[in-house]
Write a protein that binds this ligand. Structure first.
Ligand code: DGY
Length: 330
């Protein structure tokens, strides 16, 4: 039966409530079996769709947009939007939206979990135990790095960086230093007890370095061999941001050669593929991009993407537009 409702594509399996809310306004094509569509299949399914509910991995670029003339909005349920070529979307009159704020505290919790697990060698020692290798207590077994009283260097001091800084300063008595494209105002620095420093000073003086910077061409390989060489040999590195911020091959080498002590990674270059050398070094904690993964937060992220789709396609408004100049064009 034909319908006059605008057509929407939901690219991955998602909460039924998302499908139900969207279905009240649109004809929805979804992917309940969570098949991983390749680009050709995504393009085929985008034909005739005015909106896409996306999960942050569907690349929206000039080539694809040129073949989807009816598309008006692509709504990511993620805060990261490096899958969007925003200038190309703006040129094509396609609104991009993301899902900021709703995942900040959950992601910061996970950053701290990864920091503690890495510094205190939680997974490495668990693997040892599970392998049946624990036969006796000894004074230096799995001796790790202190977190309380240490210096934490945060690269990227947006909402998530600030939430991590508050946990560190007020929960663990950590000295927080940070580096960011632009310095925070004094009140914000005071609220998270963070001191602005240059990147080199941060790398040289931090006991733990946490990466929370968004991915862009400018932040590609923010940490490579040269930066790792500046860090303390006792330091840990945590990447909570995006694959590509760290040169994973250089990191694996630095971990193997003990140029730094340990790393905790939630994101990878080319994920879900992980650099093979990272899989064989013991001093790295590896998690599969789960920093925002709690039911409540994932629901809130998905709900925000739905809010954006409904607001834009029914009223020409958006809650969290990334290229508001498209809105202004009416
Ligand atoms: C985001 O929102 O960008 C996260 O990386 C996805 O969990």
């Amino acid at each position: 039966m034909s319908t006059s409702k605008p057509r929407i594509l939901v690219t991955r399996a998602i909460f039924q409530s998302v499908i139900d809310r969207l279905s009240a306004h649109f004809e929805v094509e979804s992917n309940p079996d969570d098949v991983l569509w390749d680009r050709a299949e995504l393009l085929r399914r985008m034909q005739g769709k005015v909106g896409v509910f996306a999960t942050g991995t569907e690349r929206m670029d000039t080539e694809l947009l040129a073949q989807c003339p009816e598309l008006k909005i692509c709504a990511n349920m993620t805060v990261g939007y490096n899958n969007f070529d925003l200038p190309a979307m703006t040129a094509a009159g396609v609104l991009g939206t993301n899902a900021p704020d709703v995942l900040t505290e959950t992601t910061a919790d996970f950053g701290f979990a990864l920091l503690l697990a890495t510094a205190r060698r939680v997974t490495e020692s668990e693997h040892f135990l599970r392998a049946g290798l624990w036969t006796r207590w000894s004074y230096d077994m799995f001796s790790g790095a202190e977190v309380h009283g240490s210096t934490l260097g945060i690269i990227g001091m947006g909402r998530i960086g600030q939430a991590i800084a508050r946990r560190a300063a007020f929960g663990f008595g950590v000295q927080v230093i940070y580096h960011n494209r632009s310095r925070l105002d004094a009140a914000t620095e005071e609220a998270c007890k963070a001191r602005y420093v240059g990147k080199q000073e941060l790398l040289q003086s931090a006991d733990h370095v946490m990466l929370v910077v968004p991915y862009s061409a400018a932040s590609h390989h923010t940490i490579g061999a040269a930066e790792l060489a500046l860090m303390k040999p006792t330091a840990t590195l945590i990447n909570l941001a995006r694959g590509g911020i760290v040169d994973d091959g250089a990191l694996a080498h630095a971990l193997r050669e003990r140029i730094i002590a340990a790393a905790g990674l939630d994101v990878y270059e080319g994920e879900p593929t992980v650099h093979p050398d990272l899989l064989t070094v013991p001093n790295v904690v590896l998690t599969p991009h789960i920093a925002s993964a709690t039911p409540g937060t994932r629901q809130a992220m998905a709900d925000l993407a739905v809010d954006n789709l409904i607001a834009y396609l029914t009223q020409g408004k958006a809650v969290t537009p990334l290229n508001p100049e498209v809105l202004a064009r009416g």
